[in-house]
Design a protein around this ligand. Structure first.
Ligand code: ZN
Length: 443
């Protein structure tokens, strides 16, 4: 048997066994076909002596909903080593009919969640503050059933963005979801800041009542105002009662969302204990400027989709969230017209560095970016074994680091020697292949 590709002499980091061992890894087609000390013949050989080999990173929380964009965010994630990703989070998942048309050849393996806010818009709810009527709820249930039938991985809520969503509306949609095995609900909770504990409790109750898996989205950015430790305790207590609750986090003390959202309704300064000067325009004509009352008014009125970076969370709490053994790394990468937050280009390398700084072994570190998120979404990836999908990242343990900054948001990371998607080397020494090798994932 001649292998298609041999990655020779690298240190295999196995997040399941917790081992780091110098071995050769061979690929045949889109599968790992050989792991061992021998050297079977291969058409192509990649030398990896100073490098680690990990399963490709798995990002269960990102955004790729601007379907007319040619995949800027996918490429930014791919260069970080992300080989499988789920988009459509925070309530914004687009219809799968459009996804199938626009995302049939993605750069990485890409699935979608159906989005609650998108369902609301589809039944004609234009006002985000408006609770849905019984008739609208019934129509949303049908749409959701259809999206799940087309292959959506689950349902995402962005309750902070649709703040008057009623328990009845949530119940109806969760009951539809609960009829489908191995689908989950991701929730951007109703409140960040001081009321976040109440909101974490709300989603725990959803998981318990409807017996479904709930992923609390970017827990750090919702709670790192003095409430992260208590939020995690609430989740641990719920899990010990049998509730299926998971969570993810990105490694930045600044969040990012659009200026026209409810997040920036009057009152945010008191909520975070921070003034307008902690907000920075991330896209549009004011990009790079700190907000003044005049810029705030101009953007809210004239460019409500423009993104804001809010430097308002406590970094020590984000770090404590990320290193918790249950916490998956997720990018929450989001761009508007190709501009946004550096997490789209740097989240995974940055998270790996932070976790190493916290004293984790490479196997433990990599687990937060591979097996853990994969298992959260029942994705059959995140493992290094014969027969596993040939999705890999080969990187330097000394050199891997994010380089994207708030000023220069899309600079690719350093230290990633190769990224393999479905058996194809799609990034080699920072250079991205001419053609994508990912697949649109439909359940
Ligand atoms: Zn969100």
């Amino acid at each position: 048997m001649e292998l298609d590709l041999m990655i020779r002499d690298g240190v295999l980091v196995d997040p399941v066994k917790g081992t780091e061992e110098r071995l050769n890894l061979g690929i045949s087609g889109d599968k790992v076909a050989f792991i061992g000390k021998d050297e079977p013949a291969a058409k192509k050989v990649l030398e990896a002596f100073d490098l680690l080999i990990s399963p490709g990173f798995v990002d269960t929380h990102m955004h790729d909903e601007e379907l007319d964009d040619p995949g800027t965010i996918q490429r930014a994630l791919l260069r970080q080593g992300v080989t499988t990703a789920l988009a459509g989070n925070c309530g914004s998942g687009p219809s799968l009919e459009r996804v199938k048309e626009k995302r049939n050849a993605p750069w990485l393996n890409l699935g979608y969640l159906s989005g609650h806010r998108a369902l609301r818009e589809a039944v004609g709810i234009a006002d985000v503050y408006q609770p849905a009527t019984e008739d609208e709820i019934a129509r949303m249930e049908k749409l959701l059933e259809n999206e799940l039938g087309l292959g959506a991985f689950g349902l995402s809520f962005g309750l902070e963005y649709a703040p008057n969503t009623s328990p009845r509306e949530i119940e109806a949609l969760c009951r539809v979801l609960g009829k489908h095995p191995k689908r989950f609900v991701s929730v951007h909770i109703r409140h960040d800041g001081p009321d976040c504990l109440e909101s974490v409790t709300e989603v725990i109750e959803i998981a318990e009542r409807f017996r479904i898996r709930v992923q609390v989205s970017h827990l750090g950015s919702m709670t790192a105002f003095g409430f992260t430790a208590r939020s995690i305790e609430l989740i641990e207590e719920a899990r010990s009662r049998g509730a299926d609750v998971t969570f993810d986090c990105y490694p930045y003390a600044a969040f990012c969302t659009f200026i026209g959202s409810t997040v920036f309704d009057p009152g945010f300064e008191e909520r975070w204990g921070k003034g307008l000067e902690s907000l920075e325009a991330a896209s549009g004509k004011h990009r790079g400027k700190r907000l003044t009352p005049e810029i705030y008014d101009d953007m809210r009125k004239n460019d409500p989709q423009a993104l804001i970076i809010a430097h308002v969370m406590n970094e020590w709490e984000i770090r404590s969230c990320l290193k918790h053994p249950l916490c998956a790394v997720a990018s929450d990468g989001v761009l508007h017209n190709g501009e946004g937050h550096p997490r789209a280009a740097g989240a995974f390398p940055r998270a790996l560095r932070w976790l190493r700084e916290e004293g984790l072994s490479w196997a433990e570190t990599v687990r937060h970016a591979t097996t853990l998120p994969a298992d959260m979404a029942w994705l059959p990836v995140g493992r290094l074994e014969v027969g596993a999908p040939a999705d890999l990242v080969v990187f330097s343990p000394d050199d891997i680091r994010d380089r994207a900054t708030f000023e220069d948001q899309l600079v690719p990371p350093e230290g990633i020697a190769a990224v393999v998607v479905n058996g194809h080397v799609v990034v080699e020494n920072g250079v991205i292949a001419p053609a994508p090798a990912g697949r649109l994932l439909l359940l």
